[in-house]
Design a protein around this ligand. Structure first.
Ligand code: RP5
Length: 164
């Protein structure tokens, strides 16, 4: 998991914590496409041989980090557009990451969507990992339970009670 600046960290931590909760081994650092271009190349070119399976990259503004990583590795890259101080409400970040040219995809999640990036990365890893599959199924169950709990807590009616 990489981000373009320490200022992205507040938005990326949520995804990082999810990966830790799932027991996924994760490295979490800063790689700046514009300020450390050599580091970006070295990171992308060494990722697979260092044992990395999926890269999550968050960046804001002119967000070239995910796309440039994808240009230099065949590992799947998931991009997180960050609504950073220098961005135009996150739109520039989103479009810079999602509008990749044919041949070099970046799987782009919502603006500030590091949690979904982490879930998607875990789902990719779970394809060949039954223990992660179980953890993801438990997570989905907790999501569903939280919706049911909110119905109970709010006093709304549940017309489906007894029908499921
Ligand atoms: C991007 O510029 C970073 O990913 C960050 O979202 C944004 C602002 O960076 P700082 O100027 O706060 O370091 O490259």
């Amino acid at each position: 998991m990489v981000m373009g600046s320490i200022s992205d960290r507040d938005y990326m931590d949520e995804g990082y914590h999810f990966l830790k909760e799932m027991g996924v081994t994760v490295e979490y650092t800063i790689v700046s496409a514009h300020r450390t271009p050599q580091r970006l190349s070295t990171y992308a070119q060494s990722a697979a041989s260092r044992g990395i399976s999926v890269i999550i990259a968050g960046a804001g503004g002119a967000a070239h980090l995910p796309g440039m990583l994808a240009a230099e590795t065949i590992l799947p890259v998931i991009g997180v557009p960050i609504r950073s101080k220098n961005s135009i409400d996150g739109w520039d970040s989103l479009l810079s990451i999602v509008q990749m040219p044919k041949g070099v995809p970046v799987a782009t999640v919502a603006i500030n969507g590091s949690l979904n990036a982490a879930i998607l990365a875990t789902q990719l890893l779970a394809i060949s990992n039954p223990s992660l599959q179980k953890k993801l199924m438990d997570y989905k169950m907790r999501l569903a339970n939280s919706v049911m709990q909110s119905i109970d807590d709010s006093g709304l009616s549940d017309p489906l009670k007894g029908h499921l």
